[in-house]
Design a protein around this ligand. Structure first.
Ligand code: ARG
Length: 453
């Protein structure tokens, strides 16, 4: 591609070190789309005649079909997908192919193809995330009223329901999709026509190519357009946070399925055994999901580090954007798919969950609220209940069996009702709190939003 200026061929090691075709081949449909759009501009500008344009378009479509079919031979000496396609095109259609690169650089070509790739993957991932939300919603519906302890500091705090707990993850995944949508909106701008860094002396209708490629508009500074990888950082950031959410879900499931908790089981199809200990049933999918979050974070940090010291505009360092991008996309898609699959087999031991929530200490806050309703300032109420809790622990008497009147005259003979779990949940009617009415309404809201029957 640059043989005019050079007298020696590229060294084999440089070729090996510099090639990106082994991973960027997957940009091919986007590279082809970008090239067809660019060729149409050259036609409009009179640089290609109609025959040349149609030869190029047909040639590019054939190359795309060959790559689809796995019959295309990639040549690492041609470095990347862009040069592989252009070289194959010139071989197939001759002189017309050699005109395609007019007023274009691989710099705007790679930026265009990468944006198109990110856009397509965001759309695919958004669908997968909605699928995971549906799987969570199905389980939340099945266990809407299953009482379990809610935790802070991994210490039992207050009663919630499994439905409420699972709905929390649907919220996180919704924000993940919002972030992806915002990233998509910002990246959907066409850099084609920015050339190597300073546009071109050959005037092309950039807006027409942008429209053909489904971009909302064109970039407005050729140097920024070539140097910009913000959209990949944003996407990797969004995927990292999504990975953190999946990791937190994993950790909850790991705890729930432990013998110590005994709240839940996963299906045999989504757990693994031990090669040594016959009794083991391990939540490997959850652990792998938790582990892969680290790799998603690493990809984000790696790219930020690559970008940090780069002067404008293109520097070859930028080729290092692709492997972390592809890895994060592949990792998150598979993680979301396998977790969706796994959730279908999540069974809760409702009785055991309820029993874990039946410790009257979980209603100590409700007891303080009872005092508040009888006119005691909350700080005082907190202290009185704290005293009762200390006494309960000291005398090994459950809080609901303690002589509360001996602690304070503010405790009447109607405190027994406070320790009724179902009452305690039903009373949590503030918006967002886990009363059965609220949880059912939330399930209904999500069913509608996600289009579930
Ligand atoms: N393989 C390169 C990359 O992915 C394509 C752009 C190369 N441009 C250049 N001037 N060497 O970044």
């Amino acid at each position: 591609m640059w043989k005019g200026r050079f007298q020696k061929p590229t060294s084999g090691l440089v070729e090996q070190f510099g090639e990106s075709i082994s991973f960027d081949w997957r940009l091919y449909p986007h590279d082809v789309a970008g090239s067809v759009a660019h060729a149409r501009l050259l036609l409009e500008a009179g640089i290609l005649d109609p025959k040349e344009f149609s030869d190029i378009e047909t040639g590019l479509r054939q190359i795309e079909a060959d790559i689809d079919a796995g019959t295309f031979e990639f040549d690492p000496a041609l470095e990347d997908i862009h040069m592989n396609i252009e070289a194959a095109l010139t071989k197939r259609v001759g002189a017309a192919g050699a005109k395609l690169h007019t007023a274009r650089s691989r710099n705007d070509q790679v930026a265009t193809a990468t944006r198109l790739y990110c856009r397509a993957e965001i759309d695919a991932l958004t669908d997968l995330l909605a699928g995971l939300q549906k799987a969570l919603l199905e389980r939340a519906g099945a266990y809407a009223g299953a009482v379990m302890p809610g935790y802070t500091h991994l210490q039992r705090g207050q009663p919630v329901t499994a439905g409420h707990h699972l709905l929390a993850y649907i919220e996180m995944l919704e924000r993940d999709q919002e972030r992806l949508a915002e990233c998509r909106a910002r990246l959907n701008v066409c850099p084609l026509g920015s050339g190597a860094l300073a546009g071109s002396t050959i005037a092309l209708d950039r807006a027409a190519a942008a429209k053909e490629l489904g971009f909302d508009t064109v970039t407005t500074n050729s140097m920024d357009a070539i140097a910009d990888r913000d959209y990949i950082v944003e996407l990797l950031g969004g995927l990292a946070l999504c990975g953190a959410h999946l990791s937190r879900l994993s950790e909850d499931l790991i705890l729930w399925t432990s013998t110590e908790f005994g709240f839940a089981t996963l299906s045999d199809a989504h757990t693994t055994g031990s090669s040594l200990m016959p009794q083991k049933k391990n939540p490997d999918v959850c652990e792998l999901t938790r582990g892969k979050a680290g790799r998603l974070f690493g990809n984000l940090l790696g790219l930020l580090t690559t970008l940090k010291g780069l002067p404008l505009t293109y520097n070859r360092d930028l080729q290092e954007d692709k492997e972390p991008l592809f890895d994060s996309i592949d990792t998150i898609k598979l993680a979301v798919a396998v977790n969706t699959d796994m959730l279908g087999g999540l069974e809760l031991d409702v009785a055991r969950c309820r029993e874990a929530a039946s410790d009257p200490l979980l209603l100590a806050t409700d007891l303080a609220d009872y005092l508040v309703n009888n006119g005691v300032p909350f700080r005082e109420a907190h202290e009185l209940v704290g005293t009762a809790v200390a006494k309960s622990i000291e005398t090994q008497t459950p809080l609901d069996e303690l002589d509360l009147a001996a602690v304070s005259k503010h405790f009447g003979d109607d405190t027994a009702a406070i320790f009724d779990l179902d009452r305690a949940l039903a009373a949590r009617t503030t918006p967002g709190a886990p009363s059965p009415a609220n949880v059912n309404a939330e399930i209904e809201r999500w069913r509608e939003k996600l289009g579930v029957e």
